[in-house]
Design a protein around this ligand. Sequence first.
Ligand code: MG
Ligand code: MG
Length: 630
Amino acid sequence: MKTAIATVSIAGDLSEKLAAIAAAGFDGVEIFENDFLAHDGSPRDVGRMVRDFGLEISLFQPFRDFEGMPEPQRSKAFDRAERKFDLMGELGADLVLVCSNVSPASLGGIDRAAQDFRELGERAARHGIRVGYEALAWGRHVNDHRDAWEIVRRADHANVGLIVDSFHTLARKIDPDTIRSIPGDKIFFVQLADAPKIDMDLLYWSRHFRNMPGEGDLDVYGFMRAVAATGYNGTLSLEIFNDQFRGGSPKFISVDGHRSLVYLMDRVRRSEPDIRIDCPEMPDRIAVDGVEFVEFAADEEEAREIGGLLHMLGFTRALRHVSKDVDLWRQGNINIVINTERDGFAHASHVVHGMNVCDIGLKVEDAVATVERAKALNAEPFDQPVGPGELKIPAIRGLGGGLIHFIDEHSELGRVWDIEFRPVSDQQAASSVGLTRIDHVAQTMNYEEMLTSLLFYTSIFKTAKTPMVDVVDPAGLVRSQAIENEAGTLRITLNGAENRRTLAGHFIAERFGSAVQHLAFATDDIFITAAALAGNGFTPLEISANYYDDLAARFDLEQAFVDRLQAASILYDRDEQGEYFQLYSPGFGEGFFFEIVERRGGYGGYGAANAQFRIAAQKRRMRPKGMPRS
Ligand code: MG
Ligand code: MG
């Protein structure tokens, strides 16, 4: 199947848009008439420009308020159509989208509309043009693809076909399976868009909130399965009206779009093995078993600072790289790598971002297959020369400038610590505080980047997204959403900041980009851990007394229990499944911190209700250093 995107979906002038669209791997574009109103070139120039980028014009649109008009508007509509056909000839476009009439003057009536389309088909045929009819969800008489199909069927003209658009069908809650009975060769074009579930006026929702398939809440997958079942094997095109995308980076939005289409085709192909769907071959979504390591880029002084903190948190500096300034700190199944090398990726990352998490290692079933899938989905593979005795570990560039490496069990990669590292000779064993594994990795980003992250993780890995929750920072909202695998062994939280005065926003601004802002370690007993931490001289982030007063009332807790929580600065939350306990390290660097959590029962969240108290406590500590007062 060919892929296309409407130029209105992204920002930039026409040549910027086309460059980004071509680079992302699309085959074609939908051209809107507005594209040349703003562009100072003739339709012929625009057509040439599109083709010079190696793209085709898949569709020209829109042609409005055509069918069912009384005279004299009817004749005028045909005259307008003739002019569009001429323009399309110059442009080099052979398919036009006619959307259902919204004019109060239009008369309705299936046969009247069919008659108009038959005549339009005749005229279009003389220009070598095909006409596709789309039911707008807010069309005056026709707002359902089933009615549009009936009109196309009765028009009975080879140059007249149907255009289906997932938004118009799904927004009106029309069962997409009704598409299955339409012959695939009469579907001339398929437009795809998702959207978050918001209850609002259909037109406004459509023009401002559409997003890429997989980013929203509509069943675009079910829609696409139905389309595939008709035998349609033409172009799949993104028609995304979204204020954020129109203000975003043309390059990244185009990549997201292409990724969303390829991922969707791959899903449909797997679910409909009997149907031929031409799309890139790739391994299925990759199961992740957890985080194998997290690597910090640091200079020597920062390395001493994190090392000191890790030591108090019960980590032992256990291994050192055979040839590099790279240490491994370990506790339970947690591996923290600290890289102070003066060249290589970690160093480059440190130069740009200062101390930061520059690399995450994920445990997967097959590392090579993971990179193969990621590449098919527009991710960038990463390579750097390996030294003697080092393994070549498959990797990709993650979002926000970091790397993701993949470790599997059935190659030597599973023994990377034995092969590349040696035990540290002057090891000072720390007294473990009972941390077992990484519970979650929390990434902070600008709010606009959240959909990108979401699609990135869910398309490559067998993961699902949780609903978005609001975290209240005194200086503004931070949206939070998690990506999880089914077993809960991989949890990545995405925190999207809307302004720089929030703690999350401050972190992004100081670090020059999105990154891991905290790591949460799991323990089986937070009270034992807290006592052991105190024994190691660790002082957790102190939470205000008001929090504990409120907690006792909110959850109807025994005072003795609340006192225990308060004495250890432990935060508490509860859902239908279980309980959650959290404690935090003080922040360091530009706002990085560690968290320790215990999940009891099947608690599934991340303590969102507690975040505002944690943020307030962190801001109190940071204020002397110039953190803005909110
Ligand atoms: Mg449309
Ligand atoms: Mg957390």
